[in-house]
Design a protein around this ligand. Structure first.
Ligand code: GDP
Ligand code: IMO
Ligand code: MG
Length: 420
């Protein structure tokens, strides 16, 4: 058995929550392999909405085990709230959630440092302010505290050392106030009652036992710390390769890679966005697609689908099948545009990689007629209007990868399977 992967191919919010929940009926285990509560994964089941930040999106499917992997960064307060809100609606969480002992803890100081960095350092990233960057900095700096440390007899001493370090950095930025950590310490104590796991053994043994496992990514490829438009990125690797280090499996154990993208593009936070629409068309996509952040509520920037970026993301992830989301949102357009190349300021063709070095590019578009039809009730590929089929075929050809799921609404049932 191998681990299949769901990877976001754009700037996050592609609809990973819906798809992981949908596919979880075919899997025994869903495992998050990176990121933290900067993620907001929305699942809608029979009209009930769940927004998960840290808990994998298999939690809404009875019988499925959910693993928070070693490269995830964990905020105990947010996790506690998330568990309570699921338990309040009758979902059995504790017997179905395993937390990696190696996952790094987001400490109260990390959140403060996140907001101070955003205010004091040139080039605001537009972080979700959940403490993600500072926590990963402490991890790679080898200062981090991990979930397993909570059980150590000298946890309090370790915690106090981290607190003092953070206070020292904060003082450097002119912040002298005390860090209020009572709620954090209570929640961290509560975390100890959850089931801990050494996920590297758990996942590899589960594969040996013939279990089916799906790795759930957070954020998206264009926010990857190495390959995104640095520095306007998150602080983890978001691509399929990160499943190996995020769960403790060898590259030989990666199975199918499913790449998920919206039929248009969105980005929340700062940074380059070559196909952005700062006009009525962009506002229309935002309103119709409810493009407001699931974690921060910020309006998402919107634009046309960018095939140059999609091709790049398919290459980096090794995508086997594409899932296209939210095509229903584009139901009232006379014309649909799709970016096929970039032109640099020197007039020559440019690549996505240049965006990370401040290169300004102009997206070059192909244009197609719109479909002006509500697609939400369609369940069969053949019932889609020809114009939509053309849009799909065009994308498949350009990125040389088949589209096997077309999503026409947020509910599980609002899904079309194509050659799958
Ligand atoms: P994620 O972070 O990738 O899980 O995506 P988010 O949950 O942040 O954002 C996706 C949003 O689109 C959520 O509100 C979903 O309920 C919604 N959604 C998912 N698929 C579709 C779709 O095909 N059509 C429409 N209209 N909404 C969708
Ligand atoms: P999901 O999993 C969309 C963006 C932030 C900011 C940048 C860095 O729901 O797709 P961070 O808080 O990580 O330091 O912010 O990354 N960002 C996301 N954008 N969806 C997400 O997650 C995101 N997680 C982080 O807006 O631009
Ligand atoms: Mg999201």
């Amino acid at each position: 058995m191998k681990v299949d992967v769901i990877a976001g191919l754009q700037w996050g919010d592609e609809g990973k929550g819906k798809i992981v929940d949908l596919l979880s009926s075919n899997y025994d285990i869903i495992a998050r392999f990176q990121g933290g509560p900067n993620a907001g994964h929305t699942i809608i089941v029979n009209g009930t909405k769940y927004v998960l930040h840290q808990i994998p999106s298999g939690m809404t499917r009875e019988g499925v085990m959910n693993v928070i992997g070693n490269s995830v960064v964990l905020d105990p307060i947010i996790l506690q709230k998330e568990i309570s809100s699921l338990e309040n609606v009758g979902i059995e969480v504790r017997s179905r959630l395993l937390v990696s002992r190696r996952a790094n803890l987001i400490l109260p100081g990390h959140r403060l440092l996140d907001s101070i960095h955003e205010k004091n350092i040139d080039g605001k990233v537009g972080s979700t302010l959940k403490g993600i960057g500072p926590t990963y900095q402490d991890k790679t700096g080898r200062f981090g505290l991990r979930v397993g440390d909570l059980f150590s007899p000298d946890f309090k001493a370790k915690y106090n050392r981290a607190l003092e370090r953070h206070k020292c950095i904060l003082r450097g930025f002119g912040h002298e106030e005390a860090i209020d950590d009572k709620a954090w310490l209570d929640a961290a104590e509560g975390l100890k009652s959850l089931q801990m796991v050494d996920n590297e053994y758990y996942i590899n043994n589960a594969l040996k036992d013939g279990k089916k496992i799906l790795a759930e990514g957070a954020q998206g490829t264009l926010l990857d710390i190495d390959f995104g438009s640095y520095p306007y990125v998150t602080s983890s690797n978001t691509i399929s390769a990160a499943v190996c280090t995020g769960l403790g499996i060898s590259p030989k154990k990666i199975g199918k890679v499913f790449g998920i993208f919206k039929a248009y593009a969105t980005r929340v936070g700062d940074g380059p966005f070559p196909t952005e629409l700062n006009d009525a068309m962009g506002e229309n996509l935002r309103q119709k697609g409810h493009e407001f952040g699931s974690t921060t509520g910020r309006p998402r920037r919107t634009g046309w689908l960018d095939l140059k970026a999609l091709e790049y993301a398919c290459m980096l992830n090794g995508v086997d099948e594409l899932f296209m989301m939210k095509i229903d949102v584009m139901n009232d357009l006379d014309e649909v545009k799709i970016a096929t190349s970039y032109k640099g300021m020197d007039g020559k063709n440019a690549e996505f990689a240049g965006l990370a070095f401040g290169e300004n590019v102009e997206a070059q578009y192909s244009s197609m007629p719109g479909w002006k039809q509500d697609l939400t009730a369609i369940r069969e590929f053949n019932e889609l209007p020809e114009t939509v089929k053309n849009y799909i075929t065009y994308i498949e050809k350009q990125v040389n990868t088949p589209i096997s799921i077309i999503s026409v609404g947020p509910e599980r049932s609002e899904t079309i399977y194509h050659n799958r």
